[in-house]
Design a protein around this ligand. Structure first.
Ligand code: GDP
Ligand code: MG
Length: 332
């Protein structure tokens, strides 16, 4: 069994890279199981992966680099004993320190052939993350076999160079591949590199040794599931317009309440008549992004809303989530 960790800060694009990468490994004849770790009580990425027909195991309500270390090891034992996939892909939570995830495997008694760590750096937010938690950035880059600088479609070549230089300052010889998951830039290059690491000769030596636990700021996390039933069918256009307005409103409210950084705020919408779409924001000034496909009209939707933000109390986040009820119930 080989392990592939796809790590990176909240919203850096782990799931966006994981889906096509998992499919490309399956296309190469490998059996793949994904372990999806989210710190919230209700997951969103696992729902997307299931919609994409990939095998998923979920580890929620904590982070695999700290609270859920034992659960991660138990899940691996169980996979090794039962399905025995060729590759287990782990998407740690976006607050995980990848080095600490790798350290967790030092305590694994089963058989792991290769451990490959792909770390994503978000080109648009790298400087923010560095200011917020340099130890987390350093731990990530030290642990990486390959660093993929993602979202290069959103930055200039000068900004890309700055991010590259910053990464090299931490680990001068680390392999860096600039990519765009959404625009599919350099994905083939990245996937063939990962594939070659997953087929390389196995060395006995542990390539990573503990560099100690790190101190990072604590985020505020909240997730909630909603079911909305509409008396008259609602059009997808109106629904998405309302949801985008809610996201804009929520972001403004959180900023005014003193929120210092948005890790991510996202929602998955699943109409009862099929399809799904995902809404997402990862910073204050960004327009909400909507991806996926849903029918033209629907009577009922299930919606999971999930936020990880910094600098505000949980009760504020909790209270602001409830505004979604008001907004959608008014159109009923
Ligand atoms: N413009 C752009 N957006 C991206 C890219 N990769 C991911 N995103 C967006 O960034 C947000 C977070 O992506 P996601 O894969 O959920 O990140 P994760 O939290 O690390 O798993 C989503 O809105 C994605 O559509 C990219 O290469 N370019
Ligand atoms: Mg994800």
């Amino acid at each position: 069994m080989d392990l592939l960790i796809i790590a990176g800060f909240l919203g850096s694009g782990k799931t966006s890279v994981l889906i096509p990468l998992a499919k490309s490994l399956v296309g190469c004849g490998k059996s793949v199981t994904i372990i999806e770790n989210e710190v919230g009580k209700v997951g969103i990425d696992n729902q997307i992966l299931e919609e994409e027909k990939l095998n998923v195991k979920e580890l929620f309500s904590g982070c695999v680099c700290c609270q859920l270390r034992v659960d991660l090891l138990n899940t691996l034992y169980e996979l090794e004993r039962t399905i025995e996939p060729d590759v287990v892909i782990i998407e740690p939570s976006g607050v995980a320190a990848p080095g600490m995830v790798l350290d967790t495997f030092l305590g694994y008694g089963g058989e792991i052939n290769r451990k490959v760590a792909l770390v994503l750096a978000d080109a648009t937010r790298f400087h923010l993350l560095k200011i917020m938690s340099l130890p987390l950035v350093e731990n990530s880059i030290q642990a990486a076999d390959v660093v993929a600088i993602n979202k290069i479609d959103l930055v200039s070549s000068v900004e890309l160079q700055q991010v590259t230089d910053n990464i090299r300052q931490v680990k001068s010889d680390v392999e860096i591949i600039p990519i765009s998951a959404v625009q599919e830039i350099n994905l083939d290059l990245l996937f063939s590199r990962v594939n070659s690491l997953l087929t390389a000769d196995v060395t006995a030596e542990e390539k990573y040794s503990k560099i100690g636990d790190i101190d990072a700021p604590t985020p505020t996390i909240h997730s909630r599931e909603f079911v909305f039933t509409f008396n008259n069918p609602i059009s997808s256009e109106l629904l998405i317009k309302e949801l985008k307005e809610f996201f804009r409103y929520l972001v403004n409210e959180l900023r005014e309440a003193g929120c210092t950084l948005i890790g991510h705020i996202k929602a998955i919408v699943k109409p009862q008549n099929g399809g799904y779409c995902l809404l997402n924001v990862t910073n204050f000034d960004q327009e909400p992004v909507c991806r996926g496909g849903i029918p033209k009209s629907m009577n009922q939707i299930n919606l999971t809303l999930n936020a990880i933000v910094y600098g505000i109390d949980l009760f504020i986040l909790y209270e602001k989530f409830s505004l979604l009820n008001e907004r959608l119930e008014n159109i009923v």
